[in-house]
Design a protein around this ligand. Structure first.
Ligand code: IVH
Length: 673
């Protein structure tokens, strides 16, 4: 391609990708298929690689620079980022309204009422319409420069949509973590033995402060824009105009903003959101009132800390009192015992709560929670029930402190508490509870993603001894599945297909699925990238493991002891035998796809690849595997003892290649007749 054509095409692609990002991330209304979108990104990556002079920091390919940074620089805000004065009840609000009206000599006032998002305030500076800087609020005067991390939030436009954008504009908003993402992140952290985040705000703040923007991207952060700080080249008369302008520029602006003329209407709105807020997929802790007219805002001015034209109405934190009816113990897949409080059902933050995780023995002791106690509960991040404290003064009679059992409640084996850890573990690798959880983890969405294997099916499989480890899943027959309760032929077939398909999963998924302690999604990916295959990982020594960025002694230890166990090595061998993919693919966008659009038929046994591995390779490089040979087939790959497909290929004149040529093809070398 000629340089000027490339330039034009790059620009075209960037515009298209920006358009689709906005449809997807801001409007939540995509207009193309993922595959089509991926194709655009791939083409852009290829062009930018071939023409490095066209690279630009605001290209959609730069959302994650991938570079781990040294630390954050500080930036001084051009206009200080103030905070808001709080109002906690109707009287506070009436005071605010009175002061506003007095300050404006009785003029009419319109209040814009927004949700008060519970996240991290950030500022985004655009120069000539391009995002040049992103920063945290910090102390209001100076914040931390976190441009790379903010670029990783896909709903933040890298370029404004205005054809003649203002010279400089600094916009402001709140970065937050959706409730679901928070709950899942904590689940994963608990499984990996890492400290939990107290709420989505802390999780968002922690994620923004990661030195590696890749982590920020994985954390599923999002943003609501709610204001403009400094602007040169654009003027507004009202706050509502600011919000409309932000929307038009492609920013995500919250749809629940309303305007009211009287305090009464505002109060009604407050009552409406008191309960409704729990239905939102993100946490709000109140509402924000802002005087709409900017000339009025200016006249009202600000104190050192907060503007006089705005007020934050805060809802009291939701708490409830109930009793602990029981404390039950669950055995997790790593053998860890997790205590859960069974509570007398109580309404709390929009749902009825009847359980609360107690995490570990130390926590129960610290809070002195006993069976029968009256306790105060809340929901972390409006979603995860937690016991805040117990009320010992309400205890009647003598109630012994809670003690963890000495033997596993599932298999009666002895329990251990490793030094320096809070967890208590069942030592029996064959503990049925562990096996079930292990299997559930193995098939879960983030791991091998085998749908149709819920707890009920897994329980039957283990009880009937059809499955003794995850690798046995690949040996299940149709008849065995149909024999299970509530499993018809159709669901059995679907399940078998899902199990088959999972063989082609990435190496990272497989490593995660093994359930090595402390190895979550990210560690699994890093290990897969570094070692390239399961055998490579198994052969790695301590030094090699610890040389992987972000892999510390704890994870290294855990990997080593996992593969040191005979039982685990046996499972791995069985997985390999079953044809599960154990090698890493190259990063999809970066590696060439020499087989794009080509169709393949496999016949006979290959030496170096199982059928599934060969299929995985073909797909990874862009090709397709089909069952029958036709004139449309591009290649028939010939192994030992081929079947009738070979004869048909000869008859139709389809190109037949042997294993060596197949391998050449994967490296981009075309076979010759
Ligand atoms: S306006 C001068 N609007 O609340 C006005 N802030 O204590 C500055 N916040 O630091 C902020 N939702 O992090 C504004 N709709 C909203 C908000 C909001 C949440 C946060 C923001 C700010 C803090 C104020």
């Amino acid at each position: 391609m000629k340089p000027e054509d490339a330039r034009e095409r790059v620009e075209e692609l960037r515009r298209a990708i920006e358009f689709h990002d906005h449809r997807y991330y801001v409007l939540d209304d995509p207009v193309i298929e993922d595959a089509e979108y991926d194709r655009l990104v791939r083409e852009l990556v290829e062009l930018e690689t071939a023409h490095p002079e066209l690279a630009a920091p605001d290209s959609p390919t730069q959302r994650v620079g991938g570079r781990v940074r040294e630390g954050f620089a500080t930036v001084r805000h051009r206009v200080p980022m103030l905070s808001l004065a709080n109002a906690f009840d109707a009287a506070d609000l009436a005071d605010f309204d009175r002061r506003v009206r007095a300050g404006l000599a009785g003029e009419d006032v319109e209040y814009v009422v927004e949700l008060k998002f519970d996240g991290v305030a950030v500022s985004l500076t655009y120069e000539g319409g391009r995002l040049v800087r992103g920063a945290t609020r910090g102390d209001g005067v100076t914040g931390e420069e976190i441009t790379a991390n903010l670029r990783a939030i896909r709903s933040i436009p890298l370029r404004l949509r205005h054809p003649e954008p203002p010279d400089v504009i600094e916009v402001r908003g709140e970065v937050y973590m959706p409730k679901e993402a928070f709950a899942r992140l904590n689940e994963r952290r608990e499984e990996a033995g890492r400290p939990l985040f107290a709420n989505p705000r802390n999780a968002a703040a922690g994620s923004l402060r990661q030195l590696d923007p890749g982590i920020t991207r994985e954390r599923k952060l999002d943003i609501w824009l709610y204001g403009v700080g400094y602007a040169d080249g654009v003027a507004f008369a009202r706050h509502t105009e600011v919000l409309a302008w932000l929307t038009a520029q492609g920013f995500r602006v919250n749809p629940h903003t309303r305007t009211f003329r009287t305090l009464k209407d505002v109060e009604r709105h407050l009552v409406h959101w008191r309960e409704t807020r729990f239905e939102l997929p993100y946490v709000i802790d109140g509402l924000v009132l802002k005087v709409d007219r900017l000339d009025q805002q200016k006249r009202l001015g600000a104190t050192l800390k907060s503007p006089r034209w705005a007020s934050a109405f805060k809802y009291p934190p939701e708490q409830a009192q109930t009793t602990v009816e029981d404390i039950i113990i669950r055995v997790g897949r790593t053998g860890v015992l997790t205590p859960t409080a069974v509570l007398a059902p109580v309404p709390l933050a929009g749902t009825t709560v009847s359980r609360a995780a107690l995490h570990n023995e130390d926590l129960i002791r610290e809070k002195d929670i006993r069976i029968g106690d009256v306790v105060l509960v809340h929901k972390a991040g409006d979603i995860i029930p937690e016991i805040l404290s117990s009320k010992p003064e309400k205890r009647t009679g003598s109630r012994p402190p809670f003690a963890m059992p000495r033997r596993c409640p599932e298999c009666d084996s002895l329990l251990v508490r490793p030094e320096g850890e809070v967890g208590i573990y069942c030592t029996n690798v064959a503990c049925p509870a562990r096996l079930e959880r292990n299997l559930l983890h193995f098939v879960s969405r983030n791991a091998m993603d085998i749908s149709g294997l819920g707890p009920a099916v897994i329980q039957q499989l283990t009880e009937r001894r059809l499955v003794g480890d995850p690798a046995d899943l690949y040996a299940l027959s149709r008849a065995e599945l149909i024999g299970l309760e509530r499993m018809g032929p159709k669901s059995a077939d679907n399940l078998l297909k899902a199990i088959q398909n999972s063989k082609r999963n990435s190496l990272a998924r497989l490593i995660q699925a093994l359930g090595i302690r402390h190895v979550g999604e990210r560690a699994a990916r890093l290990l897969a990238e570094r070692f390239g295959s399961l055998s490579g990982l198994m052969a790695a020594g301590r030094e090699e493991l610890e040389a992987v960025p972000e892999i510390g002694p704890k994870i290294a230890d855990s990997v080593l002891s996992f593969f040191a166990r005979d039982s685990n090595r046996r499972v791995v061998a069985k997985l390999v035998q079953a044809g599960v993919n154990t090698v890493a693919a190259h990063p999809a966008a970066a590696h060439p796809r020499p087989l794009a659009g080509k169709s393949f038929v496999l016949t006979g046994t290959l030496e170096e690849f199982s059928r599934a591995q060969a299929a995985a390779r073909i797909e990874e490089f862009g090709g397709r595997v089909v069952e029958g040979v036709s004139r449309q087939t591009d290649y028939v790959v010939l192994g030992k003892n081929p079947g009738r497909k070979y004869d048909k290929a000869v008859k139709l004149g389809v190109m037949i290649i042997e294993e060596k040529e197949f391998k050449n093809l994967l490296s981009g070398i075309q076979p010759r007749y």
